[in-house]
Design a protein. Sequence first.
Length: 386
Amino acid sequence: MEYANHPSWIEINLVQFAKNLSVVRKELGPVRLCLPIKANAYGHGLETIGKAAQMAGIDYLAVAHLQEGIILRRADISIPILVLGAIHEDQVDDLIHFQLDISISSCFKAEKVRNVCKQLGKRCRVHLEVDTGMQRTGVRPETAASLMEYLNAEDCFDVIGVYSHLATSEKENNALVYEQIRAFNELIEQPLFQRRPLIFHMANSGGTVLYPESWYDMVRPSALAFGFFKGNVCAHFEGVAPCFSVKSRISYFKVVKEGMGIGYGHTYTTTKTTRIVTVPIGYGDGYPSRLSNRGEVLIRGKRYPIVGMICMDQFMVDVGQDDAYVGDEVVLLGCQGDEEITIHELAEKIDANPREVLCLFNNRLPRKVYANYEYSGETASTRKGA
Ligand SMILES: *Cc1c(COP(=O)(O)O)cnc(C)c1O
């Protein structure tokens, strides 16, 4: 697709991203950092973020699917990559070929992997996944020991780690989190799991920020690393801030009289003579139509309401009596002047997980990546309090 001079774009601030990683690593001390970058690195761009994370010296990357691991390997990323998702038999060849760490989540899957290894005459790196309460994937703690014995007995397996995943870690002082930690401890304290060095890991962002006892040897905090965990209120990780913005430029300006309907279905009617600007981005780019008549954008450092339905490629904004010109920057997500539209604000308005907001924006929008300080626009470091 041709992106030249497209009027709307996603901005990725790699300076802030690198800062986030360094803040997190400093807080972690000797604990390893694994960055899950599934779903196009939470919308930030898989290869861009994979390379930046490798350059920043993090220990591990994780993805949900084989295909994401292959993209990273083809982008010359050489650090360990763990595929978190449960695998399918026809993927094992490629998992081995691309030197991806495989999640072993059942005895059935372990045998499939062993069979392919034998056929190919190759070894593979695996992490044993234990389900301590998420009920998604992973072997139950009761069967984990026998699976571990199997992995140890077969010489094709390099057992690298044992991990689990927290279901409710964004809640503070939560009983299920403590129960998951207890079940994991009980398992890994067994001599079978202490015999040789293994990387034990469990913490997502919630665990990393709220439950240091879930850190073990490595943590996997994505929302935190991308700077938007819990609206970015995390006392111990000061300086972490979002690095994802969505911007556009006003494409049209008109004055509309009182009592006029705006857009499809005339779902909004002007209450006085006002200035209406058109912004050339819509639900076809992933900006959700549920923000029709509800969302706000920033123009010249001020908030203005979206009026009427968001169309596939554009929407309208009421700027009242203020000045706004064709070509002016419009911020849909991110900072402008002293104002900010946060990922959490959008998530609340459309009743979604903040991660989902980032996944909405699609590849119709070019990603402009800023990797040095020459960038003169708004950055997180010019934000209030960051
Ligand atoms: C996505 C994912 C993470 C990261 O979750 P955040 O809450 O965004 O930090 C960690 N571990 C696993 C297994 C995941 O699937």
